[in-house]
Design a protein around this ligand. Structure first.
Ligand code: 2AM
Length: 175
């Protein structure tokens, strides 16, 4: 099973993010844009995992307390066929601490995780090509925040040829 750990968004917040996806899609020359049901913020990407039960255990053991996530800003990861365009989150020690604790525990349990630094982001589109005159302020959303009290173990799969991210387990942040 191809897995990752993610924060999902409550309906009001998801709606505002999807509005930004819509603005991006209208402005772009081309690209693939995130579907509502796939919207998420990745905490850790694990790839092919034979023991999702161990991942869930690590999530439970390191859960800690709930926290507020403030969204805003945007960025691009340049790529060959176009860019990943994302919405950012404000610096958040609870989020990065949670990510570091879970990844540390998984590495200690023998999981091979990527070593690149964690850049929290919400992918709005992939392989996106924007006009040169594009005004990035179009992606700005009004101050958007969410109380994060759950993290999810997700499966990345294909359903009828379409990429889908399916929640497999939810872990409460109650510490
Ligand atoms: P992305 O949105 O920037 O592509 C599921 O694939 C989630 O895990 C996506 O949010 C993806 O980030 C993230 N992810 C992180 N590292 C990945 C990798 N090496 N391959 C695929 N997805 C990765």
């Amino acid at each position: 099973m191809r897995t990752f750990i993610a924060v999902l968004f409550e309906p009001d917040v998801a709606k505002q993010i999807m509005d930004a996806v819509g603005r991006l899609e209208s402005a772009a020359l081309r690209g693939h844009f995130t579907a509502r049901e796939n919207l998420h913020l990745t905490l850790a990407f694990l790839g092919e995992t034979a023991r999702p039960d161990l991942v869930e255990q690590a999530m439970r053991e390191e859960a800690g307390g709930s926290f507020t996530l403030v969204l805003g800003g945007w960025g691009r990861f340049p790529g060959r066929g176009g860019d990943v365009v994302w919405m950012g989150v404000q610096a958040n020690e609870a989020l990065t601490g949670l990510q570091a604790r879970i990844c540390g525990r998984l590495r200690a349990a023998g999981f091979m995780l990527e070593n690149r630094p964690y850049t929290p982001h919400i992918t709005l589109g992939r392989r996106v090509v924007l006009p040169h005159a594009y005004d990035p302020d179009m992606l700005e959303v009004p101050a958007l925040s969410q109380q994060v009290d759950t993290i999810c173990l997700m499966e990345s799969t294909r359903l009828e040829g379409r990429l889908r991210y399916l929640p497999q387990a939810a872990v409460k942040l109650t510490g």
